[in-house]
Design a protein around this ligand. Structure first.
Ligand code: PEP
Length: 249
């Protein structure tokens, strides 16, 4: 049985008071599911608050991005070590919004992921095609290039420690969700690619689906054989919705 994960990506939301309120509601509600690793990824400024509130709980902490550098003259950057010292154990890398608004390439995601792994963080590596690419029949080509670029040079040991999130760009924040069948096809394609690199790593790999996951569609998505949980954006900001998604797993 593969590890199931539900991760909340808060994006640019979550002042310290909002973080206290949301985490308070998650801890007070039924956010525990023995079969699922649950984590939240608040903005950097709320990581310390979240870490303190989550200490000793069943909810883990992740960051939304990380620098490829360990330290030095890189204004605005946050290193892997900084994330570890604040209590984060996961880091989202290569989210489509980082790719779109900050020109992040597969090559950069690859370097960041290697640094995260060396530091002991679990990278959640995001891949996904745009609507134009899907309509042009290029989904597998685009996702395949992203997966091979992001995982280039990984040892088999490293491959066993990563998480991949398939997030079709056209489904993120749009209210449009990939059908369970559409998502399953791409998840199976990604798993086959990783199995070709190392069969055990491919079998173990948690592949999360992301893109307008809501309480109403979570169950049928997560029932697919190669969907091992979800990376949730908008719905992770509402405690009741996030809890319902965790329960659906
Ligand atoms: C995301 O940002 O990773 C995401 C999937 O967002 P949403 O759930 O809002 O589509």
């Amino acid at each position: 049985m593969r590890r199931q994960i539900v991760a909340g990506n808060w994006k640019l939301n979550g002042t310290i008071p909002q973080t206290e309120k949301l985490i308070g509601a998650l801890l007070a509600g039924k956010s525990k599911n023995e079969r699922v690793t649950v984590l939240v990824c608040p903005p950097y400024t709320s990581l310390e608050t979240a870490s303190r509130l989550l200490k000793g709980s069943h909810i883990s902490l992740g960051a939304q991005d990380m620098s490829e550098h360990d330290g030095g003259a890189y204004t605005g950057e946050i290193s892997a070590e900084m994330l570890l010292t604040v209590g984060a154990t996961f880091v989202i890398l290569g989210h489509s919004e980082r790719r779109q608004f900050h020109a992040e390439s597969d090559d950069l995601v690859n370097r960041k992921a290697k640094i995260a792994l060396a530091a002991g963080l679990t990278p959640i590596i995001c891949v996904g095609e745009t609507l134009d690419q899907r309509e042009a029949g290029k989904t597998e080509k685009v996702v395949g290039t992203q997966v091979s670029g992001c995982l280039a040079g990984f040892s088999t040991d490293d491959l066993k420690k990563i998480v991949i999130a398939y997030e079709p760009v056209w489904a993120i924040g749009t209210g449009k969700t990939a059908t369970p069948e559409q998502a399953q096809l791409v998840h199976a394609f990604i798993r086959t690619m990783v199995r070709d690199m190392d069969s055990k790593a491919g079998d173990m790999l948690p592949i999360l689906y992301g893109g307008s996951v809501k309480p109403g569609n979570a169950q049928e998505l997560m029932a697919q054989p190669d969907i091992d949980g979800s990376l949730v954006g908008g719905a992770s900001l509402k405690a009741d919705d996030f809890i319902a998604i965790i329960s659906a797993c």
